[in-house]
Design a protein around this ligand. Structure first.
Ligand code: PAF
Length: 278
């Protein structure tokens, strides 16, 4: 595996790969890798000849009171995990490699970004769209693999790729969970033992709503109330408990195939998200 820090060097490598008739799949990450990320690498290997994993904690997608400073980082550990999983190139730039001090261009998706996490994290999806576009341009990827845990992010990136004719195929891979149901996330490492127990309220809320749906419940308000109550009973501070149409991310009145059940809550200071696509 080759570790690359410079965007120019990465572009040069990508050009050579394409020149040799091979395709590239990128897995964009912010590092502190876990099995969820590594499952994206497995998927990427099925999508293209060469896999590039990007490792960059993107400052412009964090709000001023969010966890940029304390976001877990360990590049050496990530390098070892990537190498063992068969990543070909690890692109790990510094902030200064990615953003000029006078950078003045950003990308805004103005519809899907207004809902769910976007409603409480102003500027977040603009930061994501901007960095993801840069990562697509730098790695010249033919395919990009994202996890369903960030289902809104996938919807926003797909919309951006469609609307800007970016020549990359977006692949969404399933959520990977711990044995007890907690969705894997780099942020889980910041949970205290009690916070870790409370965090199970997110997956429990989705499980309860999905079970109600499977038993015939179609009232989205009832599903929202059930998810909220389940999270509160677990000791979480609920950010949202939503049932939306995955095409528009607008609230839905009726549960149906294509409805996204999405939850976000704080366990202590740690904000966690999870979802289930009916
Ligand atoms: O999902 C993430 O880890 C980040 O939002 C991404 C896509 C790597 C952009 O910084």
């Amino acid at each position: 595996m080759v570790v690359v820090k410079s965007p120019c060097e990465m572009q040069g490598i990508a050009r050579k790969i394409h020149g040799g008739g091979k395709t590239i799949a990128v897995v964009p990450t912010m590092g502190f890798l876990h099995e969820g990320h590594l499952s994206l690498v497995d998927q990427a290997k099925k999508e293209a000849d060469v896999v590039v994993l990007t490792l960059f904690v993107n400052p412009i997608q964090f709000g001023p009171n969010e966890d940029y400073a304390v976001y877990p980082r360990d590049q050496k550990r990530d390098e070892a995990l990537c190498e063992a999983r068969g990543v070909d190139y690890l692109f790990a730039p510094d902030v200064g490699d990615m953003y000029s001090p006078d950078a003045s261009v950003k990308i805004d998706e103005s519809s899907l970004s207004r809902h769910l996490c976007g409603a409480v994290r102003p500027g977040h999806f603009s930061g994501v769209c901007t960095v993801v576009t840069k990562l697509f341009n730098i790695t010249m990827a033919d395919a990009a693999v994202f996890g369903q845990k960030d289902a809104q992010q996938v919807a926003v990136v797909r919309r951006m790729v469609r609307d800007l004719n970016i020549p990359v195929r977006i692949v969404m891979a399933p959520i990977v969970r711990e044995a007890d149901g907690l969705a894997m996330s780099s942020r889980n490492t910041r949970l205290t033992p009690e916070g870790r127990k409370a965090a199970l309220g997110l997956s429990a809320a989705l499980k309860a709503a999905k079970a109600a749906y499977d038993a015939g419940e179609r009232d989205a308000d009832k599903a929202r109330a059930l998810m909220r109550a389940t999270m509160e009973a677990s000791g979480l501070k609920v950010d949202y408990a939503s049932a939306v149409d995955y095409g528009t991310l607008e609230n839905t009145a009726t549960l149906a195939p294509g409805t996204l059940l999405a939850v976000a809550a704080y366990s202590g200071p740690v904000r966690l998200i999870d979802n289930c696509l009916l």
